[in-house]
Design a protein around this ligand. Structure first.
Ligand code: NI
Length: 173
């Protein structure tokens, strides 16, 4: 296992659209372990997407179960080739990102989502998420499409905040 180096904004590779996973094999499983370890090593690591470590495949992990403020959650979500099936409601909330260490920002996201994704064996599973977990999932899926929270700020002038220090703040990564 290994903690992988993160791509940091404004690295242009963060804009690359990731391709679907087609091989569900040992190489994939080893990569997922490394991705998970990289997420856990980061401050406030509640989510990570493969493109953040320069692997442009549609893989993300979200786990908000350890958030300081308890929130409804599905535990550890491994999302391979995720697809949003339904979205409901809108809520503005603060986001951070391990690839954007110096800023946080306000982004509008769906309040509740339903999605499907494959697991590490290629099985499709369906999930329902709400609130902070839904926000984290949508943030990570954006990474798969080459988008950062900076691309979705409500207002660049009023909704972008410089971090004083990057601490564990329960922000999607
Ligand atoms: Ni992020």
């Amino acid at each position: 296992m290994a903690v992988l180096p993160l791509l940091i904004y404004p690295d242009e590779r963060l804009k690359q659209v990731a391709i679907p996973v087609v091989q569900f094999d040992g190489t994939l499983q080893a990569f997922i372990k490394d991705l998970e370890e990289t997420m856990s090593a980061g401050p406030g690591g509640v989510g990570i997407a493969a493109p953040q470590v320069g692997q442009f495949q549609r893989i993300a992990i979200v786990d908000v179960s350890g958030a300081r403020r308890p929130v409804p959650n599905n535990g550890r979500l491994l999302l391979i080739n995720p697809k949003i099936l339904a979205e409901e409601g809108e809520v503005k909330g603060r986001e951070g990102c391990m690839s954007v260490p110096d800023y946080t920002g306000n982004v509008i996201r769906a309040e509740r989502i339903r999605l499907k994704a494959q697991d590490d064996q290629g099985q499709w599973r369906e999930y329902q998420c709400e609130g902070f977990e839904a926000r984290a999932v949508l943030h990570e899926i954006d990474h798969l499409d080459g988008l950062l929270f900076l691309d979705r700020l409500v207002s660049r002038r009023n909704d972008l905040f410089r971090r004083k220090n990057y601490q564990s703040t329960d922000k999607p990564a």
